[in-house]
Each structure stands twice: as structure tokens, then as C-alpha cells.
Design a protein around this ligand. Structure first.
Ligand SMILES: [Zn+2]
Length: 470
């Protein structure tokens, strides 16, 4: 008798579910996974989960059963053997420098900049260089699961056009620097051109945020830095800058301004507005509270800091103090790639060995820096960085069936300590699929490879000639 009642109840439930599904809401896309790592405040992970997307926005997050009962979608992306998570946020890049990758290695920052990078840029960089280099970088970032990046380079309109076409999300800086650059004569000229760039791009596309990128306080003086902040203010535009990167800068700042970099920036009013500070390797104990107080987003770039021997940033100390921390690769000429998985791993390992404490900067903290925390650091915390209803649909599906994921005890540990770029299978930004099953859909990779190789040959020939004439 009990069996009959149970069967009756089951039938009723099935009928109810069928009725419900007949009235299911529409979604553009449902994407599923064995584990949905939401990166919400509680670090919730939903097993056998799914996300529903409509008009580029996340409209539901839950178990696959719940989502498929409530929504009917035009496109369903299955998720066996995968983890779904927010796309990675690369808080500091010079994307077009992919074309200068490996031009000069194993040098100190100032020698590398003055003897190789700045001269090479003046000689080769034009808008065509920036177009091809940025396309190459976008291809590499999509392949590796980065969905948002903060860029600082020349010809920002060209960068914005490439980002617009390839579908990524970016904050794109108009670089301000007081020396002849590929696209301006001096600081005043670069600032004027920057204002025009912001006017052209602000509010045009939700994926593109035009910002200012004053280079550093050793390539610009206090007056020029203050003028950059004043120019940004009417647009409420953030500024991205290299801060407290190397012992050279520390000394330069003390010699020229009588104080260290962050105090100097604060002194000229530069920090009175949204600021993204790349590096921050040498903050003093007096400066860390300034970063908290002024809500400065700090972007840690462990590979670049190690490669240029800039030092070890006190990341754990800044996090504990309440600084908004994100993660970045820096340009590929000092990294030499745009791999945020490697950056996460190195960030964790570097803090541990530096403090001789394996408990420092655990995996979850690093994953936060690469997703929700990084998004907050760059001022996009309400828009992206976690899988939550109302946020833009920037998400990636990571394959967990490769041998290095067998077996998996802790998904977050695997994302930080095991996963690499080749595990990323699907990349979606603003609801648009940019990569599916490892195939890039929005960059003409054959053409970009051909053009990048041609640039490489030209640069190599010129460098060989320069070396011969020395
Ligand atoms: Zn940089």
C-alpha cells in the first residue's frame, strides 16, 4: 500500500515538474559543470551546478536540476568533468608587448627599460604594431581563461578596437609619460590625447572602460601626476600607475621628493580618486594605511617582480591590513606570458618562502585576488568577478579530466596549485562565447600568427643590425 502511495506522489511530482517546465522562463544560455565555484562572499561551491544567462547577465545560479527546471535556453553547454568559475581578472598588462617577448631578458628594471624597451618602442611601435600585438595578447588571454584585463600602452584607440572585436572586457589606459613616446611628444601632449580618448570611448561599450595610465613617479613629476588626476576627475575615470616597484624608484623618490612613492602620490592629491597601483613592492608601514584609506587597488605581479628582481611585495601584510588586492602578469616582455594560473601559483609560493610560513596566503585568498578581489581592486567589483545574479556573464569552464586533476579532493586547491591554461575549455564574456572546447572563436588566429611572425622577423633583423654596429 505504501508503495502505491509513493508511486502516486512521484507521479504527481513529475506532473508538477512537467507543468512547471512548460512555464519555464527563457534564457539565452545555460552552462553546466560538476562544480560551480561562485567566488561569492562565502566562497560557495555548487556541485552539479549551472548558470543561466540572458542579455549578457547572469540571471540564475543553482544546481543543474533547479536551473533546467526553471529555464529553457536556446543554447545549453554541458559540463561533465568541468569546473565553472568567474573569468580571471588580469589587473596589469601591456598587451601589445607580446611582440617584444624575449627581446631582452635577465636585466634589472632600469637597464631593461632604458637600453632595450624604450628604444625598441620608439623604433617599432606604431598603431599597426599595437593592433597585432594586442590581438596576439587577446588570443593568449582568451586561451588561458582571462576575461578582464587592465592595459597600459600606446595607441589606446587601437587597443579598444581590438578588445571591442575580440569580445574581452578591458580597462584601457591612455598612457601619460614625460618623454617622446610612440604616440605623443611629451606629458602635456599625451595628457591631451588621453582626454580625447576618454571622450571617444566612455559609455560606448560596457566591456570597455577608458582610463588614464600615468607611467610612474620617475617618468612624471608631481605636477604632471596631479594634472593627470585633475584630467580624470570630470570623467570619474580611474588611473592606473606603476607604484613602489623597485629599489631604484624608492631611492629616486626619496632623492627627488624627499619621501617614498605612496606618500608622494598622496601628497600631490593623486590618490584622491579611483587608483589602480601596479606592483607596490616596497610600501612602508606608514604607507599601507594610506592605501586602505584611499581605497587604492593594488595589483601584485609576482613573476615580473621576481624576474626583474624588484623584490617581494608584502601581499599577506597588505591583505591583512585591508588593502584591495588583485593579481596581474605585467607585460610579456617581463614575465614572459599572460598566464594568470602561473601568477596565482607564484603569488602563493613567493609569500610562503619569503615569510618562511607555509600557512601564509592560502589558495582561496589567491583565487580571490584573481577573481572577485581583483575585480574589486580595479573598481569592477559590482560588475564581474563572481558568479552571482545580476553580474555580467563573464565565466570560464575548466576541464578537470586531465591526469593532473585525478583525483581531486579540493577544487580550490586544484585551481590554484594544479590548473594551467590548457585546461580552460570554454570562455564566455558578457554572455558571448569567445572560446569553445579550446577553439578561439573571435580572433582570426591564422592571420594574427602570420602578422606577428612578420613583425618578429623585422624586429630581429633590426636588433641584429644594431648589435653588429656596436
Ligand atoms: Zn607594468
Amino acid at each position: 500500500m505504501t508503495g502505491i502511495i509513493q508511486r502516486f506522489i512521484a507521479l504527481c511530482l513529475a506532473a508538477l515538474l512537467a507543468a512547471c517546465s512548460a512555464e519555464a522562463d527563457n534564457a539565452d544560455m545555460i552552462i553546466k559543470a560538476d562544480h560551480v565555484v561562485t567566488m561569492d562572499a562565502d566562497l560557495s561551491i555548487i556541485d552539479n551546478g549551472a548558470v543561466a544567462i540572458s542579455d549578457g547577465i547572469i540571471i540564475a545560479v543553482g544546481t543543474a536540476d533547479e536551473i533546467e527546471t526553471a529555464y529553457e535556453a536556446d543554447q545549453v553547454i554541458g559540463g561533465d568533468g568541468t569546473v565553472l568559475m568567474p573569468g580571471l581578472v588580469n589587473g596589469h598588462t601591456h598587451a601589445a608587448m607580446t611582440l617584444l617577448r624575449g627581446v631582452a631578458d635577465d636585466l634589472a628594471l632600469m637597464s631593461w627599460l632604458s637600453n632595450y624597451i624604450f628604444p625598441a618602442e620608439v623604433q617599432f611601435v606604431d598603431s599597426e604594431f599595437v593592433r597585432v600585438g594586442t590581438e596576439l595578447a587577446c588570443w593568449e588571454m582568451i586561451r588561458g581563461g582571462t576575461t578582464t584585463f587592465v592595459d597600459m600602452y600606446y595607441y589606446p584607440d587601437t587597443i579598444a578596437e581590438v578588445v571591442d572585436a575580440c569580445g574581452l572586457r578591458a580597462m584601457i589606459s591612455a598612457t601619460v609619460i614625460d618623454q617622446r613616446s610612440p604616440d605623443a611628444e611629451d606629458a602635456g601632449d599625451s595628457l591631451r590625447k588621453g582626454v580625447a580618448f576618454i571622450e571617444r570611448w566612455q559609455g560606448k561599450n560596457n566591456r570597455i572602460t577608458p582610463i588614464f595610465g600615468p607611467h610612474a613617479n620617475y617618468t612624471l613629476n608631481g605636477e604632471q601626476l596631479a594634472a593627470t588626476r585633475e584630467a580624470a576627475r570630470p570623467f570619474d575615470a580611474p588611473v592606473s600607475i606603476h607604484v613602489s616597484e623597485s629599489p631604484f624608484e624608492l631611492q629616486y623618490s626619496k632623492d627627488n621628493y624627499g619621501m617614498t612613492s605612496i606618500e608622494m602620490l598622496d601628497d600631490v592629491g593623486f590618490l584622491d580618486g579611483p587608483t589602480i597601483a601596479a606592483h607596490v613592492v616596497w610600501p612602508t608601514d606608514r604607507e599601507i594605511p594610506i592605501l586602505v584609506d584611499k581605497k587604492v587597488g593594488v595589483i601584485h605581479n609576482p613573476t615580473s617582480n621576481m624576474k626583474l628582481a624588484s623584490g617581494v611585495s608584502p601581499v599577506a601584510k597588505m591583505l591583512a591590513a585591508g588593502v584591495r588586492m588583485g593579481l596581474g602578469t605585467d607585460g610579456t616582455a617581463s614575465n614572459n606570458d599572460l598566464d594568470m594560473w602561473e601568477e596565482m601559483r607564484l603569488a602563493a609560493l613567493l609569500q610562503k618562502v619569503d615569510s618562511m610560513d607555509p600557512e601564509v596566503l592560502p589558495a582561496a585568498d589567491v583565487l580571490r585576488m584573481a577573481t572577485s578581489g581583483g575585480a574589486k581592486a580595479i573598481g569592477l567589483g559590482d560588475t564581474v568577478g563572481s558568479l552571482e545574479v545580476g553580474k555580467r556573464a563573464d565565466l570560464i569552464q575548466v576541464g578537470f579530466d586531465d591526469v593532473h586533476h585525478v583525483p581531486t579532493f579540493d577544487v580550490i586547491s586544484h585551481l590554484v596549485y594544479v590548473t594551467d591554461e590548457q585546461d580552460v575549455e570554454t570562455v564566455i564574456v558578457d554572455g558571448r562565447v569567445l572560446m569553445r572546447d579550446g577553439s578561439i572563436l573571435t580572433v582570426d588566429t591564422e592571420r594574427v600568427e602570420r602578422e606577428a611572425r612578420a613583425f618578429g622577423a623585422r624586429i630581429k633583423k633590426a636588433l641584429d643590425e644594431r648589435n653588429r654596429s656596436r
